[in-house]
Design a protein around this ligand. Structure first.
Ligand SMILES: Nc1ncnc2c1ncn2[C@@H]1O[C@H](COP(=O)(O)OP(=O)(O)OP(=O)(O)O)[C@@H](O)[C@H]1O
Length: 228
């Protein structure tokens, strides 16, 4: 199996003697879903940033496959004064997506997320802003999708739509790394679940290849995500 990102003995601290993440060995594989669970302040966001390359490790090494593209949705998306389409078009140009493809992709995402709002993102509700956050992460069809509590603020239908998008992404060979607090949030798409406690990975639940598709879905996930 091809590791797209590999963390070896990774540690991160902001102040000496106070590690936020420590001695983490973890690999992200092509076409796999990795769920990260943990209590508030346990180090999930920091670990995601290390995986996405947003922050550098204080110790150990993070290796990425050459030419790897990563889409990252932060926990808090800073609203900007653009309209959603304008903002996505701007990002798409920076990422050198050809114009016709970019226009198609933006329309596809606007329809999928049911985001039909005229005003600037600064006037959006929490859930609408979160949709733009997710749209910018998936826009360029990255190899790895790193999402920090992406379900936060989404209504049930939008969560279901997003779950379907995640499954499709995996089928196309992308890897997904995602945190969440919702019960069973990973059942529809994750092949592995890790739990982080005080910055250490303490549990690793391997489900095996293809298990995500066959995994038993909790009542919660069936209701929330419309997965049968
Ligand atoms: N830039 C920073 N400077 C100093 N400390 C930080 C910084 N970022 C995170 N921390 C600290 O690292 C610890 C882990 O934070 P992190 O955001 O990774 O946790 P989390 O598991 O994502 O929490 P939550 O579930 O509440 O979002 C916390 O004690 C936090 O205060």
């Amino acid at each position: 199996m091809e590791a797209l990102i590999e963390l070896r003995n990774v540690g991160k601290w902001y102040a000496a003697g106070r590690p936020v993440v420590q001695q983490v060995d973890l690999a992200v594989y092509r076409g796999q879903g990795l769920a990260i669970r943990g209590r508030n302040g346990s180090g999930k966001t920091t670990l995601l940033k290390l995986i996405a390359g947003i922050t550098r490790p204080s110790a150990g090494a993070v290796r990425r496959a050459p030419e790897l593209t990563v889409g990252y949705a932060p926990e808090r998306f800073p609203p900007v004064r653009f309209r959603a389409e304008e903002y996505l078009a701007h990002l798409g140009r920076i990422r050198r997506i050809p114009k016709p493809e970019l226009e198609r992709r933006i329309q596809e995402l606007m329809d999928l997320f049911q985001l039909h709002a005229a005003g600037p993102i600064t006037h959006f509700s929490k859930g609408m802003t979160q949709k733009v956050n997710l749209m910018q992460a998936v826009l360029a069809r990255p190899d790895v999708l790193v999402l920090d509590e992406p379900l936060s603020g989404l209504d049930a239908d939008s969560q279901a739509d997003f779950a379907r998008l995640l499954v499709k992404f995996k089928q196309e060979g992308a890897a997904i790394v995602m945190t969440g607090h919702e019960p069973g949030f990973e059942n529809a798409w994750a092949d592995r679940t890790v739990v982080i406690r005080y910055g250490r990975l303490e549990e690793l639940q391997e489900r095996g290849a293809g298990a995500a598709a066959q995994a038993e879905t909790s009542d919660w996930i069936c209701n929330q995500w419309g997965v049968n």
